[in-house]
Design a protein around this ligand. Structure first.
Ligand code: BES
Ligand code: MN
Ligand code: MN
Length: 457
């Protein structure tokens, strides 16, 4: 390919990083209503950045929640159209005291830039903007047509994007969807992800007596909501790690023996994994390897549980209420709605005597399993190989991007997940970071992809 864009990237890298810092300073926390104005100004920032690099029709679309930013460049006649999706919203930064530097004051230490959103997903949105800029600034055009859609609600489950996509099929019509919002398998192991898990997430509320009670005066005849909650949760999984909701596994596509062999070839070290997060041992569903459990098998986990006395010392009290947040990661072809029904039914049938139970829907999203032989995946593999100077890997991941399945369904276009994060990126946690060498190689991959996709079509 013409070396101009790649040279441009090398010589402008420092400026790109300064611009990325501006993006990272905006506290676009979608979950928090007190940050609504920050989220809105972040949308403005993206719109402005899109205009600056030469994209056209930069528009902010209001939704029932946070806005969607759109822009495009449609002058590559006869060439395919790529839709680039990402999100400009971020997770809450708490617990703040565990950050080495403040979450919205980006700081470069060593090869990493630290800030909330650095890798999830602002850094990875930004590298596409700069990849596009490198072409438009040096050649005045792009090898293909490009549409950009960057949303502000991914971290709260994209509640308004699916309706937006359904209502704007024409605007978003494309030949492929590019998403950079996943990790690579490891440093120097560039990867394309072809499978993501889905999500079904609920809050379970248990109510017993209408007030807290003296545990001596009442204990023994009054059902304790915390005990009842724990009893129910304990029944949700057996000792082999199998989830006990009736019908839960009916739609699960089991990993084929070929895929198991492929996954088995990846250099996974249980010891390194355990060391990375300081655990004595990995655990999980019997009969599957860790990578299979992480990527291709569903889970059920308690993400939070509360109730009763939690202050200093002992208080002899029976709580009136108890609650838990329970999430299930789903795999193809499980349907979050159907799993929700199974969950409600299980809770209903297993509610201990003496308490009442309420199930509240949090969010959900379908799993995704994308073809590995599509044109954009081939172009992605070629781009990564050239940018990283080493052959890329095809992997799955255990996280969720709710809109992937909706894009496939509504736009009838293959999705390519070409991510530049790393396993130790601390996404959603304190000290979130993006490796700047991967950012640099990511900008190059983004630029190269445009060319490779034009050649492949
Ligand atoms: N970028 C992640 C998705 C992800 C993380 C994919 C790790 C692969 C590996 C995304 O921003 C995210 O955090 N998604 C949420 C789902 C959402 C409904 C809150 C998730 O996976 O918890
Ligand atoms: Mn993300
Ligand atoms: Mn995230």
């Amino acid at each position: 390919m013409s070396l101009k864009p790649l040279n441009f990237i090398d010589t402008n890298l420092d400026r790109f990083i300064e611009e990325l810092k501006d993006f990272l300073r905006i506290a676009s926390i979608s979950a928090r209503s007190e940050h609504t104005a920050d989220v809105a100004s972040c949308a403005e920032w993206v719109k402005h950045a899109a205009k600056e690099i030469g994209l056209e029709n930069a528009t902010i679309y209001e939704t029932a929640g946070h806005p969607v930013v759109y822009a495009d460049w449609m002058h590559a006649e006869g060439k395919p159209t790529l839709l680039i999706y990402g999100h400009y919203d971020v997770q809450p930064p708490e617990p703040i005291e565990l950050w080495t530097s403040p979450p919205f004051e980006p700081e470069v230490r060593g090869d990493d830039i630290y800030a909330r959103g650095s890798v999830d997903d602002k850094g990875q949105v930004h590298l596409h903007l700069k990849g596009i800029e490198s072409w438009l600034r040096t050649t005045g055009s792009l090898p293909i047509n490009v549409k950009l859609i960057i949303e502000g609600e991914e971290e709260i489950g994209s509640p308004n994007l699916e309706p937006f996509v359904r209502e704007h099929k024409e605007l978003l019509a494309c030949d492929a969807v590019m998403i950079s919002d996943t990790p690579m398998y490891d440093y120097d192991m560039p990867s394309i992800t072809y499978g993501l898990r889905g999500l079904a997430y609920f809050e379970l509320r248990v109510t017993g007596p209408d007030r807290d009670l003296h545990s001596g005066m009442f204990g023994g005849v009054v059902a304790n909501p915390l005990n009842a909650l724990c009893t129910m949760i304990a029944k949700m999984k057996d000792e082999r790690g199998r989830i006990q909701l009736p019908g839960f596994y009916d739609d699960v596509i089991d990993v084929s023996s070929e895929e198991r062999a492929e996954l088995g070839r990846l250099p996974y070290s249980e010891e390194d994994f355990e060391k990375m997060i300081n655990i004595p041992d990995t655990v999980g569903e019997e009969g599957y390897t860790d990578l299979e459990r992480l990527w291709a098998r569903p889970t059920l986990d308690v993400c939070g549980i509360w109730g009763g006395y939690q202050g200093e010392g002992a208080k002899t009290v029976l709580p009136s209420k108890a609650s838990a947040k329970i999430s299930m990661r789903l795999v193809a072809n499980q349907d979050p709605e159907k799993v929700g029904e199974q969950f409600r039914k299980f809770v209903q049938e297993n509610t201990p005597a003496g308490v009442t139970v309420e199930v509240v829907d949090l969010h959900g999203g379908p799993p995704a399993l994308t073809p590995t032989d599509s044109v954009p995946v081939k172009a992605g593999l070629a781009a990564l190989e050239e940018a990283f100077g080493t052959a890329p890997f095809l992997i799955r991941n255990g996280g969720s991007i709710p809109i992937v399945a909706d894009f496939e369904r509504n736009l009838d276009a293959p999705v390519v997940l070409m991510g530049f994060g790393l396993p130790d990126q601390n996404a959603h946690a304190p000290d979130e970071k993006m490796n700047l060498k991967n950012y640099h190689r990511g900008v190059k991959s983004a630029a190269l992809f445009l060319q490779k996709f034009a050649e492949q079509e």
